[in-house]
Design a binder for this molecule. Structure first.
Ligand SMILES: Nc1ncnc2c1ncn2[C@@H]1O[C@H](COP(=O)(O)OP(=O)(O)OP(=O)(O)O)[C@@H](O)[C@H]1O
Ligand SMILES: [Mg+2]
Length: 361
């Protein structure tokens, strides 16, 4: 999917701006606080109805305003055109697709996969398992049509089971939910395991190995291998009742990231961590493409900080090789490798106002 036009109103310090991005590479430059990340955030709003920085819309709507508005034109891989829009007040969200009101954000999100690299991305390495489960959930939401429905049903049943555990319900009452959870757990596990095997095949070929060592993801499904989930729930029932929670299952799945068979978070430097995350983003882009999905849009915020010249070159090369439409930001366009600058449409932001930029050098 490619964004061919974007208009933004009242997002942070952007009062009103309109750009016509390149379908390939875009580079947004500007001083600290000029609004570069806010532009990426606006694209993220358009695609997912959410910010990647905050869950509070009031943080994002420009001070003194009531509504943020982002509109865009998109073009799919087969040339289909879409008009997408979002209007958000502090309390309400209104989404539109081709002029029609859309009630669920997943309808637009499914159409527009986005992969984001920003200041939060280090959480993929250093944060809790939920950050990595989110990666799986996002990818499979796009690739497996029933994934979201099964995931939601699973969490709904899990909530019911946990409510019963808190009220010290009997084994018989709780077992009703075990029977519902088990097939959904098996289905989620099957999809997740397959997804990670595919991602690992792409990572095996990643050039990131030249700098960081060979990269591998290890999927743990949230309960022991070779054990039926329903049987396990029967054996863990006393403990679950004690702690008033379901202690095993897909909601406890984990993805561990290894370099040269060592746990990445315990050994990599911050710069190496950035490269590893870039490699994982590229593998996800490849996975989406090879699964026959729309190409993702890549939002790459401030790639160059913490990376030396070799690292910047490698990260840029990997990201460009995805051929996905990409939005890079940088304080100075010259911070990014010549390879990016050479192919990019250049935009400059000043005090929330954006214009095209003539590039020298
Ligand atoms: N709700 C808001 N209303 C108005 N201005 C805001 C609001 N929230 C943040 N800002 C301002 O908008 C700007 C945010 O810009 P943004 O984070 O997009 O900058 P940036 O160009 O990415 O900067 P950096 O290079 O430091 O990452 C800041 O100057 C901030 O003070
Ligand atoms: Mg920024």
């Amino acid at each position: 999917m490619q964004l061919t036009a974007l208009s933004v109103q009242h997002v942070r310090r952007i009062c009103a701006a309109e750009i016509y991005p390149s379908k390939e590479v875009n580079l947004i430059s500007g001083q600290n606080g000029s609004g570069k990340t806010s532009f990426l955030e606006s694209i993220h709003y358009l695609a997912t109805a959410r910010s990647f920085r905050t869950t509070r819309t009031s943080d994002v709507i420009s001070h003194g305003q009531n509504t943020l508005v982002v509109n865009g034109k998109l073009q799919g891989g087969a040339g289909q055109n879409y008009r997408v829009g979002i209007e958000k007040t502090r309390k309400t969200t209104r989404l539109k697709l081709n002029g029609e009101i859309v009630r669920v954000s997943s309808k637009i999100a499914r159409l527009v996969p986005v992969l984001t690299f920003n200041t939060e991305s280090h959480l993929m390495l250093n944060g809790g398992p939920a950050n990595r489960r989110a990666l799986l959930d996002r990818l499979l939401f796009h690739v497996e049509p029933r994934y979201l429905e099964v995931l939601k049903d699973y969490y709904r049943a899990l909530k019911q089971r946990n409510t019963l555990l808190r009220t010290k319900a009997s084994r018989t009452q709780v077992r009703l939910w075990d029977t519902q959870l088990a097939p959904m757990a098996a289905e989620l596990d099957g999809w997740r395991g397959e997804c990670i095997s595919t991602i690992n095949r792409y990572l095996e070929e990643s050039e990131v190995a030249d700098i960081c060592g060979s990269l591998r993801l290890e999927y743990q499904r949230g309960w022991p291998p070779h054990q039926e989930y329903e049987e396990l729930l029967a054996t863990t029932f006393p403990r679950d009742r004690e702690v008033r929670l379901t202690t095993t299952g897909p909601h406890r799945a984990e993805l561990r990231i290894f370099v040269d068979d060592k746990l990445a978070k315990t050994i990599v430097s911050r710069g190496q961590g950035k490269l590893i995350i870039a490699a994982i983003i590229c593998a996800q882009a490849q996975y989406l493409r090879d699964s026959g999905q729309e190409e993702p849009i890549l939002l790459i915020d401030d790639l160059s900080s913490e990376l030396d010249r070799t690292g910047r070159n490698l990260a840029a090369k990997m990201l460009l090789s995805t051929k996905a439409q990409t939005f890079f930001t940088a304080i100075d366009a010259l911070d990014l490798p010549a390879e990016v600058r050479a192919s990019a449409a250049l935009f400059h932001v000043e005090h929330g106002k954006m214009g095209p930029m003539a590039m020298v050098g």
